[in-house]
Design a protein. Structure first.
Length: 534
């Protein structure tokens, strides 16, 4: 299929639309333009709760508003963030974490150990790594106002890594009353203790989300490094823009109306070449990997043969070509653990080496007992790469004899609908597409989609006891080589029961005004602390 790239990008006149951008100059007591960073992000902020959803845009929001007990530095080592000291008992069964002084929520209340204990529990009930950790957690409680106590059933070496991870969902510290809420029901307030305060008054839902410097935030004294160190809010205000038309965003960047575009497409990026006031950079050096999630609870993908069919159906190179053309920023990827990662391996990837085989996919669908029922693909209209991939998937499924039906939705619509475990007649679904950072796939515990815990797990709800045994073995492995062996065994098993499928790997290119300094490249997030102008 010769699919025109960026099929769903509007052809509206950018020149006319740029002038309609919300103007901060009209806001009362708005900071000077030089102190405002205006950023065009990859999606609208559909939820304010970074625990209830793994959506990357909500994690970016969360990283400004909330803080974490630990954070990974640029070398991947977990460093104290909100914690001043962590004492571990000789038997490894108890952690006592003392909060550093000066921590205060945006409503003026002091951050206490009770708030943090409740936050850890809420995160642990929802996040894949948290759920795995909590299998060994006997108790999380507070000792006075400043000491968090975590008692374990047996030593869990990765506890600080999980509390400080920057892949969704991060273990953000919330007020106790927010943290005590149902983690499956998004909270509607955004009051944390992080370096920026969510400005609801200036926010325009669907258009712009405004964050002001937290004047009372006490940053660590260490230099910023990855997600660790001093989170210094150098800009007075951060504005996250929702601008689905990329041509509008490019024109706004060239005209100085916005400062940063998180992701640019190859065909429009050419407009930035040779422009002295604009530069481009790949911030996430591990790239992104597109990800097809199938609903394991509903036919046809409750049958393993139908899931195996998808491995033979997908042509990753065609998916990448449809959006990125010959940009040189893409590649196919068959490893369960991502490509270019320490756990990458080639176990059980014969289907990938053989290439797309639609007759084989059709035969597997027939073996699954597929009866011609509609297979609903939630098509994300706000992402060219995922939207184009959905068009290709629908075409290939039809060629394999499957009644594929596309349901166009924006990301907010997909986030709302993907939680539905019911049948299609009840508003359910069969497939949706998303992506995660290449580095996220490397760890079978921290990536929510690597869990195979059934309806307790992430959307799609795969279940496989052998897979869960291997995840436990991976975290208990004594060294890197031992983990690699377990990873190979895990992949051998996974591509038999097929928890999900991949669409290819690409490397997003961000665009900036040339006077923007201090952007920190992280695999999973775009941190806006440490950023300045000049």
């Amino acid at each position: 299929m010769n699919l025109k790239r960026r099929t769903l990008i509007s052809g509206a006149s950018a020149a006319g639309l740029v002038g309609t951008l919300p103007s901060l100059s009209n806001a009362q007591s708005a900071p000077a333009r030089a102190n405002v960073l205006r950023c065009v992000m990859h999606a609208d902020l559909a939820s304010l709760d970074p625990i209830a959803t793994t959506a990357t845009i909500t994690q970016i929001h969360g990283a400004m508003v909330y803080d974490t007990l630990f954070g990974h530095d640029e070398g991947g080592v977990a460093r104290p963030q909100m914690v001043a000291e962590n004492k571990v008992s000789p038997d490894g069964l108890s952690h006592e974490m003392t909060l550093r002084p000066g921590l205060e929520f945006h409503d003026g209340s002091k951050v206490t150990a009770k708030d943090c204990a409740a936050s850890i529990k809420r995160w642990g009930a929802r996040d894949g790594a948290g759920q795995h950790m909590f299998k060994q957690v006997a108790d999380v409680s507070s000792k006075g106002d400043n000491v968090i106590t975590i008692k374990l059933n047996k030593p869990y070496p990765a506890i600080l890594d999980w509390l400080g991870k920057s892949s969704p969902s991060l273990c953000f510290m919330m007020r106790e009353k927010d943290a005590n809420s149902d983690p499956t029901r998004p909270i509607t307030e955004a009051i944390g203790s992080g370096p920026y305060v969510f400005n609801r008054a200036e926010t325009r839902t669907g258009s712009q989300y405004v964050y002001d410097r937290n004047q009372k935030y006490v940053a660590r004294t260490e230099a910023a490094s990855g997600f660790a160190g001093g989170k210094v809010a150098r800009m007075q205000r951060i504005v996250l823009q929702n601008m689905p038309d990329e041509q509008t965003a490019i024109s706004a960047l060239l005209g100085g109306e916005v400062d940063f575009i998180e992701r640019t497409s190859p065909d429009l990026r050419s407009q930035l070449v040779g422009k002295p006031r604009v530069r481009t950079e790949v911030l996430n050096k591990t790239g992104q990997i597109g990800w097809l999630r199938m609903n394991h609870l509903q036919a046809p993908f409750n049958n393993v043969k139908a899931r195996q069919a998808m491995l033979h159906l997908i042509d990753q190179n065609a998916v990448m070509q449809a959006t990125f053309g010959d940009s040189g920023n893409t590649r196919g990827c068959a490893s369960l653990f991502g490509c270019g990662t320490s756990m990458e391996n080639g176990a059980n990837t014969g289907w990938f080496k053989t290439g797309q085989n639609i007759p084989r996919a059709a035969a597997l669908f027939k073996e699954s007992g597929y009866d011609g029922r509609p297979v609903v693909i939630m098509q994300q209209t706000t992402s060219p790469v995922l939207s184009n991939a959905c068009l290709l998937l629908a075409q290939w499924l039809r060629q394999a004899g499957v009644n594929a039906q596309l349901v166009p939705l924006d990301w907010a619509g997909i986030v709302a609908r993907r939680a539905n475990k019911g049948a299609i007649a009840e508003g359910g679904w069969n497939m949706f597409l998303t992506w995660a950072s290449g580095s996220a796939y490397n760890n079978p515990i921290t990536l929510a989609g690597h869990a195979a815990t059934g309806d307790k797990g992430w959307f799609g709800w795969p279940e496989n006891a052998r897979h869960e045994q291997l995840r436990d073995a991976w975290i208990s492995a004594p060294n890197l080589e031992a983990r690699r062996k377990v990873a190979s065994d895990m992949q051998e098993n996974a591509w038999n029961f097929v928890p999900h499928a991949y669409l290819g790997q690409w490397f997003d290119v961000a665009a900036f005004r040339s006077d923007i300094k201090g952007m920190i490249g992280l695999p999973d997030l775009v941190p806006f602390w440490n950023v300045s102008r000049g």
